[in-house]
Design a protein around this ligand. Sequence first.
Ligand code: RIB
Length: 349
Amino acid sequence: MSITLHDIARKSGFSVTTVSRVFNKQTARYRISRETASYILQVAGELNYRPNQIARGLRLKKTHTLGLIVPDISNPFFAYLIRIIQRFSHTFGYSLVVCDTDENVDLENEHIEVLRSKGIDGLIIMPVGQSSSHLEYLVLENMPLVLVDRCFEGLQTSSVTVDNRRGAFEAVDYIAGCGHRRIAIVQGLPHTYANNERVQGYREALSKNGISPDERLMVGNDFRSEAGYTAARQLLKIESRPTAIFATSDLIALGAIQAIREEGLTIPEDISLVAFDDIEFAMSLACPITAVAQPKEQIGETAVQLLIEQIKNRGKQRPKHVMLAPKLIVRDSVRRIDRPNGRTERQAG
Ligand code: RIB
């Protein structure tokens, strides 16, 4: 297998970005010492590194192929986005190669290397979102790149996200407006942009409604249903358990629904629930779930448009950060505590 920048980074103890900057003759710009540069080149020589000219050559030649990397292909939210991006890429004459990272940064790295070696014309990444150092060299090499859903403040590349903080705020403010005071949050993957912003929106809504946050009601560590189930069971064991749960993804909500049902409880009579994504199943459950809807079509189409622009400008396009507005869709899963019959907003008509 050919030696990559990652191999040189691992052996030299420097980051991929530093190694890339040495090979891209940017040592002065980034104040990389002569000693560091020569050590990195020495390690490259020892490894018999040959710059991947084939990939570079391929990249300079259009292959009319785009790469798309997603964190969880089994999640209907990402599956829906894949279909939108596939359909829209096709209208521009591009085919799509899709890779799943299973929320694993090492796998994300591997897929990026493979796609680069195939000479793709551009890359859309919905990153795991916990670290960006392995993406910086793509920017350095002017690889046309758009980040979707989870992005990084400091990374100079285009991105498409939704206003996660506003969506979470509106969800929790709505729950509090229905009279709830014990409102729990089941978080997704820690240290990701999407999760951090949703937790912030949750906190701001509690503060606006004069509710002090209770750390015991802030649980969870992954956007998938198994974690939602475990977190909800944890919440239901608390002595003064929450009367409402804000789930930071639909799959978390699915897991929570199973845990609530196993406890012999019902939604919304015993526990109110709001989710985030609003994939198709949300409205067809026994109790249609109130959810923060992400504008999936707009996300996918905007990502493709930004990438095509970059391809036309050979990756030298100034980064554009597009933040789209989510929308709270009120259904039947939140009970109004301040109404004697406890009916939901929609049931009350
Ligand atoms: O459902 C998976 C979650 O992870 C979604 O809310 C999406 O925004 C991603 O961050």
